[in-house]
Design a protein around this ligand. Structure first.
Ligand code: ARG
Length: 482
């Protein structure tokens, strides 16, 4: 039996006067990267074949043959025994050709009512859906790692910065919870992308739909492309179905935002780890030494994560640009969606994994306790907060409570800060008499609010840094994450 697909050049030869050159074959083929879609491809084909049989378009025997052949192909690929052929261009044609080789005519009937255009769109969606589920789990693990550290540091005070100038004291837990909020929004974005990715293109065929009586809803159900109520989610316009890559762009955008969050955290870890801050240490396995400067420990992992953010943002730009000039419907341009998507997923998942471990540590095999996460130098944090007049706002607030208008209180405050700076002291170290010389309303209780602790405790609104609040937030996050 001749396998048409195995002789693709000949299969088209009625129309073509010369075979494809080797260079063009290599240029146009995608199999060496899109073979990564093999599981989704087989799953999509089986759902399609099952529906063809249910609709009486192929026989029950054909379906049984297809299932048998696909089981073998899957096992061969998994075992590394599948021969991927460049001549067969992509993952779809490779699998189909092998199926026909294994089971004969049933293999040739599998593509009835289908085109590679709706097939590839389905495969990419199915594959990405699985990766989005993994990313959701990794984001949850990272949030839990941050919460673990935060729970131990609701009383650890460090300077909060604006413009990288000491602004007001905050707790380290509060600071970490800012990132938990960011990653929680990232997870929500990923869930939304998943919902829109989980729509079925199959049944759209090449671009216009098909004349076979397909049951698209059955296919959607068997692929789990349903909403929360179990209603099948179909792409409802065939032209759009085969050419839309919104889900890929949207995912790359969500991944870019998430990497930007990681990158901001990385920048802070790098700063905090420098000798000038000395706020934290990363476990040695996340750092490297210098070949010539023995004293150095370089925060390679956060630096690299900051660098890899550029690569993911680049993939977003690549995908947007890939789509911008394409007329309806499918164009070969779309084959270029895969490498940026694959690399985005790999970069993001690796980064999330490594950050969860770098911050939270890894479970001890004996006790299950997390060890080897971030080491916090609370003393260095506190003395940095004490150095920068971080409680100046509190003194202004104190005067407001004594009846001054806020703007006037703010005005008065410039003087004590000046005076403390001149004396090389913190505000809380100025004698009461000196403070009183700036405003008569100042009394001995002023020192309660000038301390770092007093400043922290006072910020007790929802979203504030007061330890009591932060503990509540930690509990809420833990409840959300289960
Ligand atoms: N490898 C192709 C892709 O990734 C599959 C679809 C090919 N369709 C076509 N009409 N040439 O987009």
């Amino acid at each position: 039996m001749t396998n048409q697909l195995d002789k693709k050049a000949q299969a088209w030869s009625a129309l073509f006067s010369e075979p494809m050159s080797e260079l063009v074959k290599r240029y146009t083929s995608s199999v060496f990267f899109d073979k990564r879609l093999w599981q989704a491809d087989i799953r999509g084909s089986l759902a399609h074949a099952d529906m063809l049989a249910a609709q009486g378009i192929i026989s029950a025997q054909d379906l049984a043959d297809i299932e048998r052949g696909m089981a073998q192909i899957g096992a061969d690929i998994e075992a590394g025994n599948f021969e991927w052929k460049l001549d067969l261009e992509d993952v779809h044609l490779n699998i189909e050709a092998r199926l026909t080789q294994l089971v004969g005519d049933a293999g040739k009937r599998m593509h009835t009512g289908r085109s590679r255009n709706d097939q590839v769109a389905t495969d990419v969606r199915l594959w990405l859906r699985g990766e989005l589920d993994l990313i959701a789990d990794l984001l949850a693990a990272l949030q839990k790692a941050l919460l673990e550290v935060a729970a131990q540091h609701t009383q650890t005070i460090l300077p909060g910065f604006t413009h990288l100038q000491v602004a007001q004291p905050v707790s380290f837990a509060h600071h970490l919870l800012a990132y938990v909020e960011m990653f929680a929004r990232d997870a929500e974005r990923m869930r939304e992308v998943r919902a829109r990715t989980n729509h079925l293109p199959l049944g759209s065929a090449a671009l216009a739909g098909t004349s076979y009586p397909l049951d698209r809803e059955r296919v959607a159900r068997s692929l789990g492309m349903v909403d929360a109520q179990g209603v099948p989610q179909l792409c409802r316009n065939s032209l759009d179905a085969v050419s839309d890559r919104d889900f890929a762009m949207e995912f790359a955008a969500a991944a870019s935002i998430c990497m930007v969050h990681i990158s901001r955290l990385s920048e802070e870890l790098v700063l905090w780890m420098s000798q000038n801050f000395g706020f934290i240490r990363l476990a040695d396995r996340f750092t490297t030494g210098s070949s010539i400067m023995p004293q150095k420990k370089n925060p390679d992992v956060p630096e690299l994560a900051r660098g890899k953010t550029g690569r993911v943002v680049g993939h977003l730009m690549g995908l947007l640009t890939l789509m911008k000039g394409q007329p309806l419907a499918y164009n070969k341009d779309n084959q270029e969606d895969k490498e940026p998507l694959f690399d985005t997923v790999d970069t993001l998942t690796d980064t999330l994994r490594i950050f969860a471990e770098m911050i939270g540590g890894q479970p001890d095999p004996q006790t299950g306790q997390l060890t080897g996460g971030l080491t916090v130098n609370s003393d260095a944090m506190r003395s940095a907060a004490a150095r920068g007049y971080a409680t100046a706002t509190d003194l202004a607030d104190y005067l407001v409570k004594k009846g001054l208008a806020f703007r006037d209180a703010h005005e008065v405050m410039a003087h004590p800060v000046n005076s403390a700076q001149g004396a090389g002291k913190d505000l809380s170290e100025l004698p009461l008499a000196t403070l009183q010389s700036f405003h008569a309303a100042i009394e001995a209780d002023v020192f309660d609010c000038l301390s770092l602790q007093g400043s922290l405790d006072a910020r007790n609104t929802i979203g504030g840094t007061a330890p009591e609040r932060v503990l509540q937030e930690i509990a809420l996050h833990r409840q959300r994450l289960g």
